[in-house]
Design a protein around this ligand. Structure first.
Ligand code: HEC
Ligand code: HEC
Ligand code: HEC
Ligand code: HEC
Length: 223
């Protein structure tokens, strides 16, 4: 009886060994891959979310031809701003008695050519800020009422890269500029900064911020 029990135990152990070994042998031959269908959400670093806001248009942007006659340049871009980073004034007529929202977004959400103005509408980087005219005001005059000594600060220089073919650094702050494609792609992007590769949607994978603008203030203590 005791013998039979030991033989029975050994047989069970043998079967278990064979089962475990053959299972691990089988799985070691499987390819390492994650089925795409099971990835319900792509994980994005929250602080870099804005980069992907317009990426569904990326392929269209990369196919758009350049309309040389109606390009904007950085000079005209800065001309319309009181100082670097200020909200641009509205260079065209607007419907009175509304704060913006759809009356502006119909042209400024996705851009497009406007015959009447003979220009492409610049795409807004912040379609969610619906009270457009809280910050953007129409131009009433090109002249100043009284002359001043005010001189406009310049934007940071571009073309700052380590090697000839390296990605240039991002010379500006990212706050309120998370939505890269709105300014850097399509026919309304100033020609100097229109990217040749709007389809490489993860911009901040290659372009890093030039941190020099941020000063280290040390450990802050209240006096
Ligand atoms: C019919 C389409 C259309 C509508 C509606 C419209 N815009 Fe525009 N907007 C344009 C075009 C086109 C330009 C470019 C003009 C140019 O470059 O000469 C422009 C330029 C601008 C600019 C200057 C952008 C820059 O970078 O210099 C601002 C600001 C602006 N619009 C704000 C508004 C606001 C606010 C509203 C709503 C009250 C509005 N627009 C409604 C077509 C439109
Ligand atoms: C809280 C203030 C504020 C509100 C509200 C606001 N904007 Fe702006 N807007 C700005 C500032 C500031 C800039 C300049 C951004 C920069 O240079 O980084 C700007 C830039 C723009 C530009 C130029 C983009 C470019 O090419 O540089 C357009 C077009 C524009 N806004 C349209 C709109 C529209 C349309 C609305 C309403 C849906 C709107 N804005 C609401 C502050 C605002
Ligand atoms: C409001 C419009 C706007 C947005 C949004 C924006 N940029 Fe810019 N970018 C500019 C302008 C204008 C310049 C030229 C320098 C300046 O005035 O700051 C520039 C310059 C650059 C340059 C330097 C190009 C060169 O040739 O040296 C890089 C790189 C760049 N931006 C990357 C980005 C990335 C990445 C994002 C998204 C995280 C972004 N930008 C979002 C307007 C914008
Ligand atoms: C795979 C890396 C990579 C990614 C991702 C990438 N870039 Fe670039 N970018 C580069 C390189 C490299 C250059 C320099 C190209 C050259 O000098 O020929 C460059 C140049 C630029 C320039 C200068 C003008 C030009 O096209 O030469 C701008 C503006 C720019 N990138 C914006 C962007 C934006 C906006 C995004 C996201 C939509 C982006 N980049 C994504 C690598 C990248």
């Amino acid at each position: 009886m005791k013998k039979l029990f030991i033989i029975f135990l050994l047989v069970i152990l043998m079967i278990a060994t064979i089962a475990v070994w053959s299972f691990s042998y089988k799985t070691s031959h499987e390819e390492a891959y994650v089925p795409i269908a099971n990835l319900t959400e792509t994980l994005i670093i929250p602080s870099e979310e804005g980069v992907f806001e317009r990426s569904k248009f990326a392929l269209e942007y990369s196919k758009m031809p350049t309309d040389i006659k109606h390009q904007r340049s950085l000079n005209t871009y800065y001309d319309n701003r009181a100082f670097y980073g200020a909200p641009p004034s509205i260079p065209h007529e607007v419907e009175e008695r509304n704060m913006g929202a759809n009356s502006c977004l119909k042209c400024h959400e996705n851009g497009g050519f406007v015959d009447k103005l003979n220009a492409y509408s610049p795409i807004t980087p912040h379609p969610e800020k619906e009270n457009c005219r809280q910050c953007h005001v129409p131009q009433k005059t090109k002249d100043l009422f009284v002359s001043t000594h005010w001189s406009r600060s310049k934007g940071p220089s571009i073309g700052n890269k380590a090697l000839m073919t390296s990605p240039p650094v991002i010379p500006h702050q990212i706050q309120l500029r998370e939505n890269c494609l709105s300014c850097h792609a399509g026919p309304s992007a100033p020609k100097e900064i229109r990217t040749s590769h709007p389809d490489r949607i993860n911009c901040r994978q290659c372009h890093v911020i030039n941190e020099k603008l941020i000063k280290d203030i040390g450990v802050f203590t209240r006096k």
